[in-house]
Design a protein around this ligand. Structure first.
Ligand code: B1M
Length: 215
């Protein structure tokens, strides 16, 4: 297979050996971010489709995710970094009950490389932990990620919890993840939350929204 098809195939097949050599060759032709967006993410999309239609079993999805993470970690040092720092601070977490973190970690990388301080709490984070961290680190924004349909409900509960603690005015909220829709966030959740709540379709929209919130 040609290089970029082979890389995509590696994600789908969960094939780790020889990954770095292929990534080195890819880096000679394209910027790191483009390799992630155009090649690796389309591999993950295929994995999602195969899993969703029952053609791929969970342990293989996990292997694909591990190759994806290894590839992103390998490419990360090759990404462009903006000189500006200290543009603002975000506490980022995957919500309670959800283990998906590839997208959240991409958001972390894109924001960190573009001048933001990111406090990445990891996966399965209850709202209490998120609030404590936002408080402790004096965050400007709280970012929540979740890929399960169940997580969209958890996000709503989290916003209600922030309302009831009287904290809504304190933190604008950035939300993202495959199960969310713009309509759900901009209608339902905007109505729920007493502060500002924004939906990011991908990491780049996350960056644009952070810039808008901090402006
Ligand atoms: Co899971 N999984 N999974 N999974 N998994 C999905 C989400 C699913 C859609 C697959 C499917 O059925 N087609 C489905 C959810 C269905 C639903 O809820 N209706 C599903 C399921 C069912 C499950 C389990 C329940 C399976 C089981 O156990 N029977 C289980 C859940 C466990 C749990 O969470 N409690 C499970 C487990 C797993 C693995 C562990 C094997 C693995 C995750 C590994 C990991 O993340 N460390 C996994 C994977 C890899 C997937 C798919 C295939 C790929 C997800 C991914 O990494 N995509 C996924 C299929 C899909 O999403 N269509 C699927 C790439 C990533 C870059 O995209 O995270 O969307 P994404 O991030 C994007 C944007 O959404 C946005 O930016 C990113 C790109 O720029 N974004 C943000 C994300 N967060 C943001 C936050 C922001 C801003 C933007 O600001 C704060």
């Amino acid at each position: 297979l040609p290089l970029f098809e082979r890389l995509q195939r590696r994600i789908v097949d969960g094939e780790r050996s020889g990954l770095e050599a292929d990534l080195d060759s890819a880096l000679e032709q394209r910027p790191a971010l483009e390799i992630i967006n155009d090649t690796l993410l389309s591999g993950m999309k295929t994995v999602g489709e195969l899993f969703g239609s029952g053609q791929m079993q969970l342990p293989f999805v996990l292997q694909s995710a591990e190759v994806m993470k290894a590839a992103v970690a390998y490419l990360e040092p090759h990404m462009d970094k903006a000189d500006d720092a200290g543009k603002g601070r975000i506490v980022l977490a995957t919500v309670k009950g959800d283990v998906h973190d590839i997208g959240k970690n991409l958001v972390d990388i894109i924001l960190s490389n573009n001048g933001y301080d990111v406090v990445n709490l990891g996966i399965k984070q209850p709202i209490t932990a998120i609030v404590d961290a936002a408080d402790e680190h004096r965050a400007d924004v709280i970012g929540m990620s979740g890929l399960l349909v169940k997580s969209t409900v958890i996000m709503k509960e989290n916003l209600e919890e922030l309302n009831s603690r009287g904290m809504a005015a304190r933190w604008p909220i950035l939300l993202g993840g495959a199960a969310l829709t713009r309509a759900y966030v901009e209608n339902d959740l905007t109505e729920t939350y007493l502060g500002q709540v924004r939906y990011a379709r991908d990491a780049f929209e996350g960056l644009r929204l952070m810039d808008a919130i901090m402006a």
